[in-house]
Design a protein around this ligand. Structure first.
Ligand code: HSE
Length: 311
């Protein structure tokens, strides 16, 4: 395709990972969005879309996560370059597995590449976050950072931004089960209380520390007992029909831990083999079936790289 056009895959991601509300997330291999970006002679961004749920997404670049991320980048480097941006949605919007971040990460990486890489990968994050904010109404990085860098990411601080890569143990696998419904991230954030009781904050801090140590030591038992969420799950579980049964089915089938993926409705589980991830996925799909919801399971290792350039 030459230097004027690029095709790139943005990966789905699982945010919060139970104990890390707004500060832990990991990237998964599938599903993903395919972004095609081409330079054009005039300034401005022309957006077209296809795939899952694309008709619910704005094609106005200011209101589109991919478009906004690229606009933010162009503004930062004072460039008038225009682009045609096609987004093929492999990740349904409102799924809780980082649909908006996948588009934003791939679009901003693709634009930077076509412009001759004026910014480093680290410097792209803030522009990806500007894109993500269009969809979520909040400035959080626990989907966009793993979508951009790959692996398991800790957002230690938002101000100043401090993003840390955590170790990915061998034999750690992810299942994400997406029921046939959507949850709007903005709304799922609005239902959360602005303050949490000190007791809950202490338990969450302990679990988050336990989780990161569990990753460092590849101690899956410690990971599992740390994967408890006192911040979001108690308020969001009711948004997902059958959530408690779906979670229990994953644990019954040997999941290390299980929780709501991002703001839902996807539910994720961690396990120690791909076969186990597949079995857990089937069990969770069956549990959703009992409450009348069709669902799709995505089983994969943790994806440890930035969005892949396909062409
Ligand atoms: N941490 C964010 C939230 C992720 O839970 O609202 C949104 O996908």
């Amino acid at each position: 395709m030459g230097n004027n056009s690029i095709k790139i895959k943005g990966n789905a991601s699982v945010a919060n990972v139970s104990c890390g509300f707004d500060c832990i997330g990991y990237s998964i291999s599938d599903p993903g969005d395919i972004i095609t970006l081409s330079k054009k002679d005039m300034s401005g961004i022309d957006i077209s879309m296809s795939g899952f749920g694309f008709d619910s997404i704005s094609s106005n670049p200011e209101k589109n996560t991919g478009g906004k991320a690229v606009l933010s980048l162009l503004d930062a480097i004072d460039s008038q370059q225009g682009f045609k941006l096609h987004i093929e949605k492999g990740i349904p919007p409102g799924s809780g597995i980082g649909s908006s971040s996948a588009s934003a990460a791939a679009a901003v990486l693709g634009a930077n590449e076509l412009l001759g890489n004026p910014l480093s990968l680290d410097e792209l994050l803030i522009h990806g976050m500007a894109g993500e904010a269009v969809a979520s109404g909040g400035f959080h990085a626990d989907n966009i950072a793993p979508a951009l860098f790959g692996g398991i990411i800790l957002v230690r601080s938002y101000d100043p931004l401090d993003i840390l890569k955590l170790p990915v143990p061998d034999n750690l696998f992810s299942t994400a089960v997406l029921p046939n419904m959507t949850i709007n991230t903005k709304e799922a954030r609005e239902i959360l209380p602005k303050n949490v009781p000190l007791k809950n904050a202490v338990e969450q801090a302990g679990n988050l520390a336990g989780f990161t140590l569990g990753l460092h030591e590849s101690n899956f038992e410690l990971l599992g007992r740390s994967m408890i969420d006192h911040f979001a799950e108690p308020h969001r579980a009711k948004l997902i029909p059958g959530y408690n049964k779906v979670r229990q089915s994953a644990l019954d089938f040997g999941a290390i831990g299980c929780g709501i993926s991002g703001s839902g409705p996807s539910v994720f589980a961690l396990s120690n083999s791909l076969e186990k991830a597949e079995e857990i996925g089937k069990a969770m799909v069956n549990a959703f079936k009992i409450v009348g919801l069709k669902s799709t399971a995505y089983n994969s290792p943790i994806h440890t790289n930035p969005p892949k350039i396909l062409d």
